[in-house]
Design a protein around this ligand. Sequence first.
Ligand SMILES: Nc1nc2c(ncn2[C@@H]2O[C@H](COP(=O)(O)OP(=O)(O)OP(=O)(O)O)[C@@H](O)[C@H]2O)c(=O)[nH]1
Ligand SMILES: [Mg+2]
Length: 206
Amino acid sequence: MAEIIAIVNEKGGVGKTTTAAKLAKRGLSYKRRPILAAGDTFRAAAIDQLKVHGERLDVRVVAHQHGGDPAAVIYDALEAARAGGGNLIIADTAGRMHTKASLVEELKKIDRVVESKAADCRYLKYLVLDATTGRNAFSQAEIFHDAVSLDGVILTKYDSTAKGGVVFSLASELNLPVVYICTGEKYTDIETFDPKKFIKEFTGIE
Ligand SMILES: Nc1nc2c(ncn2[C@@H]2O[C@H](COP(=O)(O)OP(=O)(O)OP(=O)(O)O)[C@@H](O)[C@H]2O)c(=O)[nH]1
Ligand SMILES: [Mg+2]
C-alpha cells in the first residue's frame, strides 16, 4: 500500500517544493521508496526545480508538460507506484495561479483521482505555512481546511523567526496539528514537531 502526501499552499515561495524534497529525503532514510510528482504545472520552472531535487536525491520524478493537468500527473505517479516504482508519493502543487478558486478546484480533482484510483492508500494533505507570516498563514489554513479538509501543517522558515505563534490558533481554532517544522534550506532541515520543545522555545520557560 502506497502513501500519498500532497503539499499545498496557494502562496508562492512558502517552501512547498523544498519541503517535498525534504520529505523524499526523509522517506529514503526510513527505507521508503519515494516518487516526487510534479503537480505544479502552472509555473514553467517548477517542473525543472523538482527534477533537480530528484537528481540530487536519486529519487524518481513523475512530470508532465508545463500547463498540463496536475491530477493526471498524480494519476501517473500512482501508476508508477503500482508498477513497483515506489511506495511514497509526494506531490508538489502550484503556489501561483490565476485565481484562488482554481487551486482548490485542482485539489478537489486530485482528491477524486486518489479516491477512485487509490482508495486503499494512505492519503495526507499537508499545508505548508511560512512561520514568518503570522496571521496571514492562519488565513491560508482556514481557507484550505474549509475547502479540502487538511491532515496537518508543515511550518517552514522556523529558522528565520522566533515566533510561530500560529501553532496555537491552528490547534485551538481549527484543531489542525503541526506535523513537521523546517529550519533551513538543506534537505535534512526538517523535524517532526515536538510540542514540548516548541513551548519551551516559545516561552523561554524550561
Ligand atoms: N530559511 C529557510 N528557507 C527555506 C525553508 N524552506 C524553504 N526555504 C527557501 O524558500 C525559498 C522558496 O522555496 P520553494 O520551495 O521554492 O517555495 P514554493 O512554495 O515551492 O514556491 P513556488 O513554487 O514559487 O510557489 C527557497 O529559497 C528555499 O530554499 C526553511 O525552512 N528555512
Ligand atoms: Mg514550488
